[in-house]
Design a binder for this molecule. Sequence first.
Ligand code: T4K
Length: 359
Amino acid sequence: MILVTKPYLPDKSKYIRYIDQIFERNWLTNNGPLVNELELKLKEYLGLKHLLYTSNGTIAIQMAIKALDLKGTIITTPFSYVATTSSIVWEGLKPIFVDIDESTCNIDPSKIEASIQDDTCAILATHCFGNPCDIDAIQKIASKHDLKVIYDAAHCFGTKYKGRSVFEFGDISTTSFHATKLFHTVEGGAVITKAPDLLKRMAYLRNFGHDGPEKFNGVGVNGKNSEFHAAMGLANLDDIEEILLRRRQQCDYYDSKLGKLKIAKPIIGDSAEFNFAYYPIIFESEEICIKMKDGLEDRRVFPRRYFYPSLSSLDYVEHQTTPISDSIASRILCLPLYHTLSKEEQDMIIRILLRTQNY
Ligand code: T4K
């Protein structure tokens, strides 16, 4: 069986060495030494000023919304994982969906201004599949209309924009270190900002608002992560260059062999260095997409319809028209992509796709 992804696992003895340290110290969570070490190493590797490690990528979005004290409506993308939208609704705000650019699968900046309402406070955009949004255009609109910008950069570990980590952009960037991500800590995520005041607010938010044992600074939540999770992150971080390289090679291999398949792929902008987080392919119709998915599944290969359905069709949001997102969502598949996926397995996937197309 070949699944869409398989979590990367580091050298077991290296992980166990970290676990031994935890047993010796008997310090399991609440801002422990491995969490601190991971935060330092991530900042160093990514060239970031501030980063807070969180329990997952969803709480990271919710903390960002809270830290910016957002109220009213938020402009967002309909083409993302459900956590982008559900976090907005969970925080009591209303999402306004702006359709995506067909060529990138990211929010289309040229459509944002027409959707801004009197109570619009922010733009929450996803760098979908690790492909950076048009950051300059979004920032220009945000500055003009005094809107905050949050980037859901859950897919973006290793992605650069204009030579810098894409996590640097926006008022706050959030990411996920979930087991299915190319860099992971089993569960986990982070909030990233350049602003010291936002960092401070999010540090309180992450730990119930604690300002010492007996004092509280505002309402908080439990967004912390544990020493065991940080241990996995530290062990994995040593291998990150190898992980990124392997994915690049696997994507190049798919590219070289899928030329005859009638598909489109999201276009990566010139300003970006892509991290090969996913291998999405867009078919000409939903019918062909389903035929390909069935053809693969018959042979126990399980791609995923990331991201179907389009989030504007969720039953807890007000219906809004997003025809491009609806269309892409209906005919996209992400092919298997993970460290141990072999060339033989890729060849089999490629053969099935090409054969299914010809039926
Ligand atoms: N924003 C965006 C844009 C996101 O993509 C995500 C998460 C978030 C925010 C929220 O971040 P977190 O709160 O999750 O940190 C998966 C992940 O659970 C989710 O983290 C991820 N995005 C989303 C794109 O994919 P599912 O429902 O597809 O997961 P699941 O369990 O079906 O697993 C996917 C594949 O991986 C399956 O084929 C099984 C395989 N798998 C999975 C796990 C967990 C394994 O082989 N081993 C494993 O341990 O959501």
